[in-house]
Ligand binder design. Structure first.
Ligand code: ADP
Ligand code: GN1
Ligand code: MG
Length: 378
């Protein structure tokens, strides 16, 4: 995607397409996502609404109108569900989409770019890395509640925005194609990583095969639960799950595994010094507690047993995706240096290794937390 700076004029004319109620003070790049381009629109009136403008990456999301219809359906459903919960605040706890003056949830400009605007949720923040047990616990609660609230949504209202997103067979097959093509001429640099990935390919297929066998139910899940996709309030209480572009059918273990990938790691997902990569087990425990507390009523025993498989799968699949992008010449993820995707791959594989070494402890924590909650609920 073209990430050249947009002129103030261009931004103002885009914003004027939407039903905005603000005297705009500034429009500034915001956040650290790898896919969309995000700007904060600040209102001159400090008591008025601020907004969040995004250019949706249409190279990644091929059918933006369908994606935006998903977002409308999902946010409407979440708001309706929250209205039945005492004390819930639908303005703060669910994204609010701002329509265009033509009553559409997005605007397509003359260059073919798609734009959307949400209410900016003030006095919140997202963490690229989790610092405290409280944050981890609250994040677990937020994603557990999110899945619970969506468990009643009519699945026909949510289309696949990226087919086979967490399908490991399809991800590995794309990696093999990238290896064969060697388009960026980088194959020789990554032979140890390929070997590591190939050695684990069969084991990583377990969620998919249990799903196909009907052992694990498909549900509407978030599919991109890295920790900076939940906003916490000033007191670090969970407020709102964001980045809903990949909400679609999947397995709960995908969401659990992707959150844990970012929470449990002692470093960032792209840490260059692999020696620093370790596990924060207390944060894992706190997230598990928060998540299961909210989700226990709808999860099956097979799903509980699948959670640790997700913990191994998600950093692994992430490494497969980063490596594929590196071999293809960095077309997908935003990068900040030429070897960024390689560094990310190595860091994720180092994390997989650490998780494997601590498998028993982590599985035991999931089981104990579940048993304790089950006992409490009688
Ligand atoms: P990407 O797909 O690029 O990750 P996100 O939708 O996650 O885009 O947005 C990027 C960042 O912007 C988030 O990590 C978060 O910090 C911030 N953000 C997104 N939506 C909101 C919102 N409604 N209010 C406040 N901050 C937001
Ligand atoms: C992307 O959009 P963002 O930064 O929240 C990616 C996720 C990856 C993540 C890795 C649509 O998430 O799948 O797990 O980067 N989103 C998409 O950091 O591919
Ligand atoms: Mg994001």
């Amino acid at each position: 995607m073209d990430t050249t700076a947009l002129t103030d004029n261009h931004l103002s004319s885009l914003i004027s397409e939407f039903k905005i109620d603000a005297q705009i003070a500034s429009v500034k790049p915001f956040g650290s996502g790898h896919i969309n381009d995000t700007y904060r629109i600040t209102n001159n009136n400090p008591n008025g609404v601020d907004y969040l403008l995004q250019r949706v990456n249409h190279h990644v999301f091929r059918d933006v109108p369908a994606l935006m219809q998903n977002l409308v359906n999902v946010t409407n459903h979440l708001k309706q569900m929250l209205l039945t919960i005492q004390g819930a605040d639908i303005e703060k706890e669910v994204l609010t989409i701002v329509e265009t003056k033509n009553n559409q949830p997005y605007f397509k400009d003359e260059d073919g770019n798609y734009w959307r605007i949400f209410h900016f949720l003030k006095n919140t923040r997202s963490y690229d890395q989790v610092e405290t047990e409280k944050q981890a616990f609250e994040g677990g609660k937020a994603f557990g509640r999110f899945q619970t609230l969506l468990s009643g949504l009519d699945t026909s209202l949510v289309k696949d925005t990226i087919p086979d997103f967490h399908n490991i067979e399809s991800r590995l097959s794309k990696l093999l194609t990238a290896i064969d093509k060697n388009a960026a001429g980088r194959l020789n640099e990554v032979l140890p990583e390929i070997e590591f990935i190939k050695a684990r390919a069969n084991k990583m297929n377990e969620i998919l095969s249990s799903g196909r066998a009907g052992i694990l139910p498909q549900r509407i899940v978030h599919n991109d639960t890295k920790f900076n996709n939940v906003l916490l309030d000033n007191e670090d209480k969970a407020q709102c799950v964001i980045d809903l572009d990949t909400v679609m059918a999947g397995y709960v273990a995908y969401d659990f595994g992707d959150s844990i990938r970012t929470i449990i790691n002692t470093t960032a997902e792209d840490e260059a010094d692999l020696k620093l990569i370790g596990l924060k087990i207390t944060l894992f425990e706190a997230y598990t507690k928060g998540y299961l507390q909210e989700a226990i009523d709808f999860l099956t025993e097979a799903e509980i047993n699948s959670l640790f498989k997700g913990v191994l799968l998600l950093p692994y699949i992430q490494a497969v995706r980063f490596l594929t992008d590196y071999l293809e010449g960095d077309h997908y993820f935003k990068i900040h240096s030429p070897d960024h995707n390689l560094q990310r791959t190595k860091a994720q594989l180092a994390l997989v290794k650490k998780l494997e070494e601590n498998q028993e402890t982590l599985q035991q924590i999931i089981l104990n937390t579940w048993l304790k909650l089950k006992k409490q609920s009688g």
